[in-house]
Design a binder for this molecule. Structure first.
Ligand code: UN1
Length: 518
């Protein structure tokens, strides 16, 4: 085993060479899996197996649910600012292990080290944010229409919150949900993607270590699923006060239907098809690096990845020349090599989906300006691809989780906005311009229809302080910043009568004269 991997494993208490347990129940601790089944963890840059994980025994599912529910009764009776203190301590532990955890994320999902560490920083930021929020679970006092009555709103926890996360942000998305859910008084059960399970286990170990050292209840449980044997049961479980799902639109749609059928709450963060618009007044020194980071960062596997470039005809040539030059300099390689700017795709099926799109583009006669090939050798590497496309092609409307950037052009600015909005997804969007009127139009109700709309910065790399999520097929959910905490709570309206009368609302008179026996 590589010395770095050994060091990362030992710092994060993962035993190299031994099968790692993948189930943590809040009271029973780590549970053995069922029989001899183990799941390999691959390094997508080399194809090597770096660990073996024992998935959750389906027979343990009930125990996970019931223990989480039981521990929730204790957890929710701890005052919210104390719960915030638990999250602060987790944030401190994440600071200590930032480098090791960042490296593990890079090793497991192939994002470059800077992005792996950036993801852990996103968790630390979420911990700080949640600590502050734990003192701000504000309800309102309302004026009553009746004399000597007081009304107020309170927020209460939902119970057990289910969190399903995707491989591309194997740890940060847990923190968006779990840290806020926890300060709100919920317990959580986390089902990570099987392609990001080792990072999830490492995070779970950090969390439980902090909680047990500080005598806090274990609010976070983990289950590693195999072939979706537990996922369906989990998503359909009416005992979950909320199911937060991050993943593809296709799966999210199914999960949403199951939840809606039982009127259960869900929080959806699904696919994006994000565009950068560049008008003829744009500062290309800002636009070029933003487009490259947006399209190539995380090898095009972010939900916020820039997938469409919508550029004014008169500026297309200079912009594309600069982009091709920049693409040529992108160092592709092992994600832990500091010179690398783009790592591998997550697995072989992802490479096949990339190649299928390239084939489709060739059939359509598209002009590929850069890239379009797989890089032979070990690992799942492909070239970042820049291609002229037509907005009418069905593949431009789809989200392909790969570094393929479609270039479209426009003449009128209104047309650019129309193109931006003409896809089923609505996550992130950006406009590069120095024209104030266009900037404001883009952000107005006649502009971008996305949950995120930026001026002179790219589509990806959002800060946690803003609510994160999008419209249409992106699912409508908002996570992380501003008032996303309300997702994890139920609202209760209280009316308190401190008078000696019983006036009814709306002035209704309803009274029996005698209601006491003589
Ligand atoms: C995702 O790809 O699921 O804004 C999340 C960003 C990151 C989060 C991406 N902060 O790109």
């Amino acid at each position: 085993m590589d010395p770095l991997v050994r060091q990362v494993f030992s710092e994060l208490h993962l035993s190299p060479g031994q099968v790692i347990q993948g189930t943590f129940a809040s009271r029973s601790g780590w549970l053995p899996g069922a029989g001899s089944l183990t799941l390999p963890v691959h390094n997508p840059a080399t194809g090597e197996i770096i660990a073996q994980v024992e998935p959750t025994d389906p027979d343990d599912y009930e125990r996970l649910l019931e223990e989480s529910r039981a521990i929730g009764e204790k957890w929710r009776s701890i005052p919210a600012p104390r719960r915030g203190e638990a999250i602060r301590l987790i944030g401190e532990a994440l600071r200590t292990h930032k480098e090791a955890l960042g490296s593990l994320v890079s090793l497991e999902v192939g994002k470059i080290k800077a992005e792996g560490s950036g993801e852990v920083q996103e968790m630390i930021d979420m911990a700080d944010f949640s600590l502050g929020q734990s003192r701000m679970l504000y309800g309102r006092t309302l004026v009553s229409e009746r004399p000597e009555h007081r009304m107020m709103e309170q927020w209460h926890p939902l119970g057990v919150v289910g969190i399903v996360t995707a491989f591309n942000f194997p740890v940060a998305v847990y923190s968006w949900n779990a840290f806020l859910a926890a300060i709100c008084g919920n317990t959580v059960i986390w089902k990570p993607s099987p392609k990001g399970m080792l990072s999830a286990i490492a995070v779970q170990k950090i969390v439980i270590d902090v909680l047990s050292k500080n005598q806090f209840p274990q609010f976070s449980s983990l289950m590693i699923d195999h072939e979706n044997r537990l996922a369906e049961r989990f998503c359909a479980d009416p005992r979950l006060g909320l199911l937060s799902f991050t993943g593809s639109t296709a799966v999210g749609r199914k999960v949403s239907e199951i939840r809606a059928a039982q009127l259960g709450r869900s929080l959806m963060e699904l696919g994006g098809n994000n565009a950068v618009l560049v008008d003829e007044t744009a500062d290309l020194d800002l636009a070029v690096p933003s487009i490259v980071f947006g399209a190539v960062g995380t090898a095009g596997q972010r939900c916020t990845t820039t997938r469409r470039l919508i550029v004014a005809e008169e500026i297309a040539k200079p912009l594309l020349d600069r982009l091709v030059l920049a693409y040529r300099q992108i160092r592709i390689g092992h994600p832990l090599d500091p010179a690398t700017l783009m790592g591998p795709l997550i697995d072989e099926p992802a490479v096949e989906r990339y190649l299928a799109v390239i084939e489709e583009l060739k059939r359509l006669g598209a002009k590929i300006l850069y890239g379009g090939r797989r890089i032979e050798g070990p690992g799942h590497f492909v070239e970042p691809t820049l291609v002229e496309a037509s907005p009418d092609w069905p593949l431009v409307r789809r989200e392909t989780f790969a570094p393929i950037l479609y270039v479209l052009t426009f003449r009128q600015f209104e047309e650019a906005i129309r193109l931006q909005n003409a896809v089923p997804q609505g996550l992130s969007s950006a406009l590069f311009t120095t024209n104030l009127r266009r900037a404001e139009l883009f952000l107005s109700s006649r502009g971008s229809d996305c949950g995120i709309a930026n001026i002179n910065i790219g589509t990806s790399g959002a800060e946690i302080g803003g609510a994160f999520g999008g419209e249409k097929e992106t699912g409508g959910g908002r996570e992380a910043g501003t008032d996303a905490w309300k997702n994890y709570m139920r609202r209760q309206t209280n009316t308190i009568n401190w008078s000696r009368e019983l006036p009814l609302a709306q002035g209704i008179r309803f009274r029996v004269d005698r209601n006491q026996p003589d």
